[in-house]
Write a protein that binds this ligand. Structure first.
Ligand code: F0G
Length: 427
């Protein structure tokens, strides 16, 4: 089942050859991979995907390449995969009660090979790098993209160059970038500065850019939605709730849903709620006020993964929100960390940015946008181990300088090594 594809500008619809490297349209708009779906039989395709479910090895055992017909027509010997995806969909437990939703599931993308959803985009992006014959790849990152890129580059022998805001990414992520051998440049400036710089560097030095401005990254990330729906036997939930930073992931989710709907693989489109941190909320401001896009100058949030003021994919994101009759919400620092405490205490665990999904869902239930009886899937984007400082700071109630109380703190005790001290502590 082969399909014709091209690159298409989200702003002016101009088309470009998919076999040539390009990230932006001449008009400055971001590009989509556009597939001609007219030749595809949706029923047959769904059966093909069902037949691949549970494969033990091989390219199609990946939770991205299982859906390869709608992802990327790359030759097998160029595909760079770590069997990414295949992540679990958990009942939200305590976090569901906290959000006030009876039928709440959490898709844990932190269970990917490098601990975040980025691996789904990266398997596709690094495959594109191999197809284009690149030798070196680069990205700007708040930490997870760089961890993922460094790993995938290492597995296929590419050099990787990482631009991160100095001192502003979580330790687990910095550790991964170094461990996997990425050339790590800590720049004086924030993520948005790094993003501008990496684009200039890639075009000057002929390096392949692997941020989500790269349309192939988005194609891989679409598979999150495909896999959730397959786990639900193609029963469509009422809502998806997802954090928003550079806005690639929600754009990918809506694009994938739109394609499944066009093919008749699903018969309704779920609504998408994109959740931003209050201190890094350009999409929320725009959506709420109906105003033109305006970057947030000095974004700030404890959820460092989404500390982004000038997201590259805002146009794609808004388009997806319109397609899905979606909404945008913002959450405070306290709301993020309290929701995280609940996700963690449910035994699931995720990094702060991920927990915007739960904090946002709770807020949208309280404001009557999401019904408590609705079926809701929240996306947890990164692993709890990515940011141990945030966990320990909260549980020791040491985040007061950031205006965050340890509402549900589980403080550690320091005790003498004897039975009496243990008894006292346990009482
Ligand atoms: N959650 C986590 C854990 C992330 O790492 C990111 C983005 C997001 C949510 C937001 O996703 O950007 O597609 O809207 N992290 C990027 C990075 C920017 O560099 O790792 P988005």
């Amino acid at each position: 089942m082969k399909i014709e594809s091209c690159l298409e500008c989200v702003r002016c619809s101009k088309n470009y050859d998919i076999n040539k490297i390009r990230y932006l349209c001449d008009c400055g708009g971001v590009l989509d991979v556009k597939h001609d779906l007219s030749a595809i039989d949706g029923k047959k395709l769904k059966q093909t995907w069902e037949n691949r479910w549970g494969l033990k090895r091989g390219i199609e055992s990946s939770g991205v390449w299982r859906y390869k017909e709608l992802i990327f027509d790359a030759p097998d010997d160029k595909i760079v995969t770590r069997q990414e995806g295949n992540t679990r969909l958990y009942p939200a437990g305590k976090a569901g009660k906290y959000a006030g939703i009876k039928n709440f599931l959490l898709k844990h993308e932190g269970e990917n090979p490098t601990g975040s959803f980025k691996d789904r985009g990266m398997t596709c992006g690094s495959t594109a790098a191999m197809v284009f014959g690149a030798r070196c790849v680069a990205c700007a990152s708040t930490g997870n993209t760089s961890a993922s890129m460094a790993s995938y580059a290492a597995t296929c022998g590419l050099k990787s160059v990482i631009f991160i805001p100095s001192g502003k990414i979580a330790y687990g992520k910095l550790a991964q970038a170094l461990a996997y051998g990425g050339i790590t440049l800590q720049i004086e400036g924030n993520f948005d500065d790094a993003m501008t710089l990496v684009q200039e560097v890639c075009s000057e030095l002929n390096i392949y850019l692997l941020n989500s401005i790269n349309p192939f990254r988005i194609e891989g990330q679409k598979a999150i939605g495909f896999e959730i729906l397959q786990q639900l036997d193609w029963n469509v939930p009422d809502w998806f709730v997802i954090p928003g930073g550079n806005l690639g992931n929600n754009s990918a989710l809506s694009k994938g849903l739109q394609e499944l709907y066009t093919l008749g693989i699903i018969n309704k489109i779920p609504r998408i709620a994109v959740i931003q941190a209050e201190g890094a909320n350009p999409l929320y401001s725009m959506w709420k006020n109906g105003s033109p896009f305006k970057a947030v100058k000095d974004p700030d949030t404890i959820a460092t993964a989404i500390k982004i003021g000038n997201p590259v994919s805002w146009e794609k994101s808004l388009r997806g929100i319109a397609w899905t009759n979606g909404v945008v919400e913002q959450v405070t620092e306290q709301e993020i960390m309290d929701a995280k405490a609940m996700v963690d205490a449910a035994g699931i665990g995720a990094e702060p940015a991920s927990c915007c999904s739960v904090a946002g869902a709770k807020k949208l239930v309280e404001s009557g946008v999401i019904s408590p009886d609705a079926s809701v899937v929240g996306i947890l984007t990164g692993n709890v181990l990515k940011d141990p400082d945030a966990v320990i700071g909260y549980h020791k109630d040491e985040l007061r300088d950031k205006g965050i109380k340890g509402t549900f703190a589980n403080k550690p005790f320091n005790i003498k090594a004897n039975l009496a001290a243990v008894k006292e502590a346990l009482s």
